[in-house]
Structure formats: structure tokens, C-alpha cells
Design a protein around this ligand. Structure first.
Ligand code: GDP
Length: 444
């Protein structure tokens, strides 16, 4: 699932790496590539259009952020738009004030409704509920029996029509089940309805009749993520025929291209509530748009890091630093401040390539370990303010004092000063490279 989309998007981001800023032409090219990626993933055209328009607009208007490079900015925007298209936040079931809560499952045959009834029943039990599964799919010869098997495996009671009593009338079965639930204090009633291979009127009418008989609190439309382009028309047919308040995506473990998942919430306006990822009862979870978006982008942790970088590098601070660099006023004091900011963000290894301007010195950084940073911080802290301002005054005796104070050798103090001098030279050459950490990682 989503493999093609993920690798396509990754290519888009890779092509942006190393750019200083995005031109309008870059943004147009990026938007075009994202459009192709989404269409290839079977995302519905109206959804693709609005998605790409949003990316384009936001990329153009993107603040000149000093903490994110263009590739990171685009990743961030695409991530946020993916989350939005997947429904924004996590949506949970609404339970009735007076139990039982009634949940109706609707969808085409073979989408995994019956399996889902078992999964949902089991999940509800883990949440402290006492669910009852109702076999109101009387169309398919084996459906009632299948629900009984699933219910037994899930450890959830199943209400099925007694032979000769209500057989063939799913509305009556549903109504009887509700009465049974009230008597027996089941607090959630899950009604499995009949599906057909294609959308047909009789099936819709039957589902609507059951709906009218039991007034469900939630109607969940169960959608097989493998059906690709047909997802949207099927969802619309169910929205018109029965209506639904939430969507459950099944077979997300398959190798479908993911378009259904990315289209259905926006097209129908109903949130995706649960996701099913296999045949076993455990292959099921609440749907989290953020996690799904991160998975599509294949960079869950990276996104967190971008946020951390954003937080740690206050824009103003970075701008002030950039101005100093441009004016060659960058002192050891400033160096120390940057060091401490970087340190706040966690292990340096995680930050590789994350920091603006670091692309060029990434290889050097790869050799840095956190103790290097700490040592540098200690050395600078052992200097007096005057020394930090103007390292030239550091003669032999002062250097010896600093080395003693920070627990390093004089050679190490000299190395730091050399590196700082070089870094300053480099900065003068590429003035304006905000956020650069000068000269780290050139040996110890
Ligand atoms: P129903 O006709 O809608 O009730 O569908 P079923 O529950 O009978 O499921 C149809 C088939 O899909 C069965 O073989 C299930 O084991 C399988 N199935 C259901 N959910 C999933 C899922 O999330 N992943 C996979 N791979 N198979 C599933």
C-alpha cells in the first residue's frame, strides 16, 4: 500500500534538496510531480486538484523560514495537506447517552464487513464494552454462520434469527436484536447488513429499512481499499442510499495504490474511523490521519525532528545570527549560543541534514558525536566574556587556564580556536548562511 506514492513523493523531495530557495518554476514543477504521483495512486481527480492547489498556494506563500530548507518546507506542507485530506484528526465513535449504542455496518459484499464485526466487537470489549453482534445479512447463504464463527473467535455474543422465526427478514432480526440487547444489558449493538457485489437498489433499500427500524448512532461504511477508482462512486452511492457517519477502510495490507483511502474522507465528508490490515482479528486499529500521512511520506521521525528544529530555532534568533554572520561579528559567545540550541534538540546524529545550511557540512557532521559538542561548550564556558568576544587575546597562560577549567588539553583549545577562525572565514565568504554551525567535526 502506498509504496509507489511514497517513492514518487520521495523523488520529488530529493530533487528539492540542496536548494537555497524555491522559485516559482520550482514550485510549478513540484506541484506537477505531486499531481502525477497522486493520480497514479488512483486518488480521485477532484481531490487531486484541490490537494495540488493547496500545495502550490502554500509553497508560494511559505514564510521564509530560517529553520527549514525548501525540501523540508515542502515535506511539511505535503504532510499537513495529507493529514487534512485523510480527515484531519482521529475521530472516535459516538456512544448513545442511553445504551445500547447501535452501529450499522454497510458496504459491498466481500469488503470485509463480517470480519470487521468481529474485530470491532473484540476491540469494543477491550474498551470495556459489552457488544452484541447481529446477523442481519440474510442474503448470502453462509453469512449468519460466518458471523457466528467470527463472534466465537472474538468472544462476542452473536444474535441470529431462530430457524423459522424471522428468517429472511433482516429488519425484524435487527429490531429483535435491539430488544434482546436492552433486556440483556449489552451496551453496543453491531448490525452486519447484506452487501452485493455491485451497488443495487434493493440492497440499499434493505439497509435503509434496517436503519429506520433501529435508528443507529453510527453508520459505518466499510470500504475495501483495493477497489481503487471505484471507491468514490461506491461511497457516493452509499452516502445517497443509506447515508453514513464514518468510514472503515479494509485490506490496507494489500498492494492497492491507496487512492481510496486518500479520496473517501474528502469526497464524502465522513471521517475514516478505523482501519483493517489483515484477516486476523488483531489486524485492526483506530485510524490516525497523522500516522498514515507519516507512513506515506515514510519519514515519521523526520517530521518530528522538523518540528523540534522549528521550535528550537526561534526565527528572530536565527535572523539576528545571520545578520552577525554577514557582518563578520560572529563571536565565540554566539557560537556557544548556537551550540546550546543544537544541544537542546537531542542527539546530534538525529539532526544530520536537518539544519539549514548544513547540507554542505553534512559529512563533517557525520563524524561529530555529542561529546564533541559538550567539549566545545565546556571550553567556551571556561573563557571570560572578553576572551569570547575577541579570542586573539588568548595567550598561552590564558589558554592553559581555559584548558584546565574545561578539562581538556591546550591542543584541544587551539583546535577549537583554529576551527572557529576557519568557520568565520567561511562565513564571510558565504554571508547569510543562517543557522550554520561553524567548523564542527574536523577531528578531535
Ligand atoms: P463481507 O462480505 O463484507 O462480510 O466480507 P468478509 O468479512 O466475508 O471478508 C471477505 C474476505 O476478505 C474474507 O476472506 C476476509 O478474510 C478478507 N478480509 C477482511 N478484511 C481483511 C483485511 O483487512 N485484509 C485482508 N487481507 N483480508 C481481509
Amino acid at each position: 500500500m502506498f509504496d509507489t506514492l511514497s517513492s514518487r513523493l520521495d523523488k520529488v523531495f530529493t530533487s528539492l534538496r540542496g536548494r537555497g530557495r524555491l522559485t516559482d518554476a520550482d514550485i510549478d514543477a513540484t506541484a506537477r510531480e505531486i499531481r502525477v504521483a497522486l493520480l497514479e495512486a488512483d486518488v480521485a481527480l477532484p481531490v487531486v486538484r484541490s490537494f495540488v492547489a493547496a500545495i502550490r498556494e502554500r509553497a508560494r506563500g511559505a514564510e521564509v523560514s530560517t529553520s527549514l530548507n525548501p525540501a523540508q518546507q515542502v515535506i511539511k506542507i505535503v504532510n499537513e495537506e495529507l493529514v487534512a485530506v485523510l480527515g484531519g484528526g482521529t475521530t472516535t465513535l459516538r456512544f448513545a447517552k442511553t445504551p445500547p449504542t447501535v452501529i450499522l455496518l454497510a458496504g459491498l459484499q466481500g469488503t470485509g464487513k463480517t470480519t470487521l464485526a468481529g474485530k470491532l466487537g473484540r476491540w469494543l470489549k477491550t474498551q470495556g464494552h459489552t457488544p452484541l453482534l447481529v446477523a442481519a445479512d440474510l442474503q448470502r447463504p453462509n453469512a449468519v454462520n460466518q458471523l457466528q464463527v467470527v463472534g466465537a473467535r472474538a468472544g462476542v455474543e452473536v444474535f441470529a434469527p431462530e430457524p423459522g422465526n424471522g428468517v429472511g427478514d433482516p429488519v425484524r432480526v435487527a429490531r429483535d436484536a435491539l430488544a434482546h440487547a436492552r433486556r440483556q444489558v449489552f451496551d453496543v449493538v453491531l448490525v452486519d447488513t447484506a452487501g452485493r457485489l455491485g451497488v443495487d437498489e434493493e440492497m440499499m433499500r434493505q439497509a435503509a429499512d434496517i436503519r429506520d427500524a433501529v435508528s443507529p448512532d453510527e453508520i459505518l461504511f466499510v470500504l475495501d481499499a483495493m477497489i481503487g477508482q471505484d471507491a468514490v462512486s461506491t461511497a457516493q452511492a452509499f452516502a445517497d442510499g443509506v447515508g453514513f457517519s464514518g468510514v472503515v477502510l479494509t485490506k490496507l495490507d494489500g498492494d492497492a495504490r491507496g487512492g481510496a483511502a486518500l479520496s473517501v474522507a474528502r469526497v464524502t465528508g465522513a471521517p475514516i474511523m478505523f482501519a483493517s490490515t489483515g484477516e486476523a482479528l488483531e489486524d485492526f486499529d483506530v485510524f490516525h490521519p497523522e500516522r498514515m500521512a507519516s507512513r506515506i511520506l515514510g519519514m515519521g521521525d523526520v517530521l518530528t525532528l522538523i518540528e523540534q528544529a522549528e521550535k528550537a530555532f526561534e526565527v528572530e534568533q536565527a535572523e539576528a545570527m545571520a545578520a552577525k554572520m554577514a557582518a563578520s561579528e560572529f563571536t565565540l559567545e554566539d557560537f556557544l549560543e548556537q551550540m546550546l540550541t543544537v544541544r537542546k534538540m537531542g542527539p546530534i546524529g538525529n539532526l544530520l541534514g536537518m539544519l539549514p545550511g548544513m547540507g554542505q557540512i553534512k559529512d563533517q557532521l557525520a563524524q561529530v558525536d555529542d561529546r564533541d559538542l559538550d567539549r566545545v561548550v565546556a571550553i567556551i564556558r571556561s573563557m571570560t566574556p572578553a576572551e569570547r568576544q575577541d579570542p586573539k587575546i588568548l595567550q598561552a597562560s590564558r589558554k592553559a587556564r581555559v584548558a584546565r577549567g574545561s578539562g581538556v588539553t591546550v591542543t584541544e583549545v587551539n583546535q577549537l580556536l583554529d576551527r572557529f577562525g576557519e568557520a568565520r572565514k567561511m562565513m564571510r565568504q558565504m554571508a547569510g548562511g543562517a543557522g550554520l554551525i561553524p567548523g564542527m567535526g574536523r577531528g578531535k
